[in-house]
Design a protein. Sequence first.
Length: 420
Amino acid sequence: MEPLFSPALHRQRHQFVIDFVKRNKPRKVVDLGCAECTLLEKLRWFQREIDLLVGVDIDGTKVKKKMHALAPMATDYLQPSYEQLCVELYQGSVTQKDARLRGFDLVTSIELIEHLTLDDVECFSEVVFGYMNPVDVIISTPNSEFNPFLPGLSGFRHSDHKFEWTRAEFKTWAQTVCLKFGYEVEFTGVGAAPPGQQESVGFCSQIGVFHRLEGKDGCNMLRCDNAEDVFAYTLLYSINYPSLRDNNILRRVLVCEVLRWTENLKSRWSMKTTCDEALCGIEGGEEECLSERCMEVEEEQTVCGAEMRELMGPCEKDLSKDQENDYSKLQRCESVPLEVLWSHCPKVSALSGSLDNLRRILTDDPDVNLSQDGNAVLLQYDEQDLGEKEEQDDLQDSGYAEARQHCLTAEQEEDWGANV
Ligand code: SAH
């Protein structure tokens, strides 16, 4: 049988919320009756401007089933954004107040109220509109006038439904709530009726979008009613996404970026040295071609301001005896002026904000070696680097490299032979 709606009706309901969130950009959102957190997950993906995303359901087992899908991914740690996001999931009933649910911009209640008795709907109204008192509320519930169009349906759409309202019944309840708590409401829905019958039947899922009236925030009767700080819900899950607004994370990302760039500049310097050496030992037409590349490298070199420095002694950081020994083995290091890093590496300048800030952060960091005046990052040549380079030079001089390559080729030939 052809599906009645495409996309499926539950997807259309969630998409309605996502579109609303995209347009209105609420920062704190709570989904009541969140079940397996499907809507929360979509909101997490599509809207990074939300900084508090909360789910509540009376059925803790349902919530726990997929709640870990809301955890940050590896990329959230590797490339943290500036946005802050905290996700919290609670087990609790929407008929009970909990102080942690006040002060939200948006409350969503998708296909929930029909699961409550009419007495509980009264409590729900007081808790949501009176106590939580958010800026906006989106409520969806079945439109019973559409039921004759649902094939094979007798009775309610779900065995747990306590009622299903006509559009007029939903409107009466919604308008009463608006009058009592200072909201206005617009009616709409998802899941259109067959052609020509929309007017008389309405949407399959009817939706009320409530908006708090100006001047009604935080001053309604129930909120000022010595609003007790009740904590009726049980916290099941809480996670803070990594954010660059966290100083430790910002520092870590910035230092990685600085070290990456200084390494990058070091490689460029090595390339330049190789070019210089190569230029000394070649003839004729090759020279022109190689010197062009060397000029490019030199240009990069100048742009990036990396330069070789002969070190007279250890760098300015306090050194232990062991470190002093290490440093005595060092002969030189590469120096990258902070000013150059700051002006040529967009991520470094964006993360640090100012040159002074960059200097301050790097001064405190044990992984970064700053020059005595604090104006440049020093990148040491450790013994291994020097050793490898000297070894290469020696091998090159003695012609051993060529011989070694020949031997390897012979070994390879043997391997291939064995594999045939
Ligand atoms: N909103 C979800 C699921 C709707 S089904 C969606 O859009 O797919 C209704 C959900 O409401 C169920 O998960 C049920 O456990 C929850 N529920 C029922 N009574 C509740 C109550 N008093 N308080 C909180 N959640 C309730």
